[in-house]
Every structure is written in C-alpha cells, then in structure tokens.
Design a protein around this ligand. Sequence first.
Ligand code: NDP
Length: 496
Amino acid sequence: MQVSPNYQVRNPATGEVVGYTQFATVADLKRYIESARVTQRIWRELPFAERARVIRRFHDLILDRRDAILDTIQSETGKSRRDAFAEIITVAGTARYYLAHGAEHLQIKQRRPAVPAITSAEVIYKPHGVVGLITPWNYPFLLPVADSLPALLAGNAVMVKPSERTPLSAALGRDLLIESGLDPDLFAVINGAGDMGAALIPEVDYIGFTGGTATGQKVAVIASENLIPYSLELGGKNPMIILKGASLDDAATGFVLGAFSNSGQTCISVERVYVEEPVFEDFARRVVEKTATLKLGWSKSWDIDMGSLISEDHAKKVESRIQDAISDGARLAFGGHRRPDLGRSFIEPTILTNVTDTMAISKEETFGPVAALYSVQSAEEAIERANNSKFGLNASVWADGGKQARSVAHRLDTGSAVINSTLLIYNTFDVPMGGVKLSGIGRRHGEQGILRYTQAQSIVGSIASGGGYDSMLLRVKNERMVRALVGILKLWRRFE
Ligand code: NDP
C-alpha cells in the first residue's frame, strides 16, 4: 500500500516511527457505513447469546495476546507497560460485565400499565444501527474497544475514529474482534484527524465521544444538528479530599496512583488535593517520599512506573503551566522539570504547594503528572473548594470512617466519588460513570452503558375483552358514570 509519510505513527518517547496509517476519505467512510448497515440488520436479529459468543472469545484472546497488545499500546503512546496493562484489564472487565449482565439489561421490561388488568405495558430496547465512537490518544486500546463491546452486544455496528496520533491500537482491537468471529463489516476503524471525526457524526445513529471539553462541545453541536443521541466524556479537575482521621500512608499511595498513573493523562486523574490542616505537613512529606521512588523512563520492561507524555508539545504545555504557577507564587514540593535525558516527551511527577484557587493550575485541566496540595481548615471547606470548579467528573475522599467519607462524597458535585481509593470507579463496571458540568453528558458502564446504545420502544395494549380500554373511555357519557369513575380512582389510589 502506498502511504504518505504524513501518516507515520511515532513513539513519543523515542521519536521512532512505529507504524503507518492511511487516512480514510469521506467516500471510504460512506462505503464502510453502507456495508455496516447491511450486515447490522442480520447481526441485530441474532439472539444475545450468539453475539456474546464472539465477545467471550475476544475476552480470552486479548488476555492470551497481551504481549502484542502491550507492545502496540506502548509503542504509540510511550506509556509504561503497567499503564498499558491497565487498558487490557479494563477491556476484559467490561467484556465480562456485559457478558454476565448485558442480556438482563436488554431484556423486555414489563411496566406499570395505564389500567391494571385491562391494559399492558412493556419496553423493548432496539439497537440504534451504526454507532460512532470518537476516541482520544490517552487510552488508545481501552476507549475504542471497551466502548464498542456493549454497542456490539446490543446489536449495533461500530465505526471508530481514533486519535490520529494513536491509530494502531484500535486497528489491533479490530483485528482481534474479527479473529474472535465478528463480521468485518460490523467494526470499522476510520483513520483521520479532527475533520474526519466531524464527518463521521452525520453518518451514524449515535455518537460516543471521549476527549477534551472544547472538542466535545463541537461534537454536541453537530449531533444536535443531526438530532442523533450522544454521550460526551470530557475533561476533569478531579479533587481528592483527605480528612484528619484518614490513614495518611494509604492516602499517599492512593495519591501517587491517582495523580501519576498514565503520566497523569487520565480523565479522572487527581489534580487538586485538599488536606485538613493538622495532617497537611505529614501528608505532604509522605507523598513526596513516595513520589521520589517512582522510576521514570521508556522501556518494555515492567519496572518503569511512569512513562512518556503523548508528545513533546504536550510536555512543553504541561511544563509551562507549572512555570506559570511558580511565577505566581506556587512552590515546588517535587519534580517540575522536563527530562530530555529520558526521551523527548518526559516530565517529572510534580507536586505543588502554596497554590491559590485563582491560578490556572487550580482551574484548568493540566492532563499531565501534576497535582497541587491545598491546606483546608475543615471538611466543609474541602467540599466547598472541591465543588468550586467548572468540571465535575470524579472525586476521591479519605477519612477514618466510611460514614464520614460517604457523607462528604454525597455532597460533591461530580458524576462519581471514590472512598479510600482514587481510580477505582473505572473498574467498577456495575455503576454508571461519567461527568456533570463541563465534564460531560451521558454515562458508560452499568445498565446505562448498554442502554445508551439502544432506542427504547414502548409497547402498550388493551387486553380486556368487550372492547377494552377504548370502549371503557367511550362509556363515560353522563355525570353518573363520571362519579363512578372518580370513586374507582380514589379506591385505586389506596391500593397503589
Ligand atoms: P481532542 O478532544 O481534540 O481529541 C479527541 C478526539 O476527537 C480525537 O480522535 C480527535 O481527532 C477528534 N476530534 C478533534 N477535533 C474534532 C472535531 N472538530 N470533531 C470531531 N472529532 C474531533 O483531544 P486532544 O488530543 O486535542 O487533547 C486536547 C486536550 O483534551 C488534552 O490536553 C486534554 O486536556 C483533553 N483530553 C481529555 C481526555 C479525556 O479522556 N477526558 C482525553 C484526551 C484529551 P484527532 O486527534 O485525530 O484530531
């Protein structure tokens, strides 16, 4: 195949060319959609168990082929092997969850009828048809693949537009789905840049987008113009709250995972940490000690804790955000510098103190390994400052008892809150996950995570003999009938 050098995929850690892709044209896109629509009409009619057979094989296959998948993810992101492994674990967990519960979520649901005994009501869930997924570079295997699994199980075809920086992992995911028995027409990877994402939206029946808030807003406009349902999983400025009774050692470990895994390039990464004043110094000392033990670098071995950022430009952006904060009076407790000695896109895990709420580092998503520690006087102040954000994705609360932590969690304006952990939400597949405010609309995981790929159709009916519901209404012709009906309604209320 003749490919332009513009379509080279590079390892951001080393700069090495690791693969090539061919950008799709709009004509390609239309051809993929046409084939998908034909094959999806057959796929949707299969019993759930038949569709599940493919996903079950896929689950085992990705665990068996983990080395090839890890190599591919690492090569186009520069991330550590452990961070790449987290992608496989999450895809496998999503597959197991929907294999176990997908049929139950999709089954026909009997609902309360208009009039008991003489009418019926049920809801059935029909696949949209063709689902489009526009996905970013931070989890190039997880996001296109895990979000596809419930869509496929619900009977849809899927068109994925991966980030142009990381197209190889999505392509490998497609190959493995096909090897597991999926018809190739049912899963296409449409390569291209942002304009191809925009071109995809009017062609599909549902769009699931993960990425930055500004792009998500553009996606919502196109989806609205075409009146198709959509979900947006966008940015976050995720707070962590540490109250004085919490185990500081556990919280410090949670912080290191929450702030620095995937080099901080996770939508639910911890970026703001509110610590009650009596334990602030102790906590700050512990997180600095733990962060100092992290091993940075580029390698396919398992001993690297933190890998590269996605690009040199992104590393420079993160560094300048840190520099701006320092110029405004923030203090570096750890890190803060790029590490060209390790590769072109590395930056140290960074902890800042003396940060004020008006600095950009407190308000805007950094999407890098940078977190600020703030001292607060009370749980009340921590809640207020945590909620003082335009974002509302995830939060983490650490306290000595579950009761206190839960009561704080309930008051946070976020789509999810995690107690005594940070990233656990992403692997708890039975609860919906997503954001409020500028962090997005819609949910993945749980019942909502599969029903979002369906249209609910309500089927109601009259089941009584003698004309049923319609003739009952026509019999209301005089005051005596009205009084009888009113009496029945009052009696009915007592039994409901
Ligand atoms: P984007 O939101 O721009 O990209 C996400 C996906 O959307 C990519 O596939 C991209 O394609 C595509 N896209 C870009 N423009 C459009 C458009 N107009 N219509 C439809 N699709 C489009 O993320 P970036 O890579 O530019 O990152 C920017 C910032 O977003 C990051 O610094 C970070 O703050 C945040 N982000 C948040 C993520 C999250 O999970 N919450 C994930 C990634 C980024 P292509 O990249 O090929 O142009």
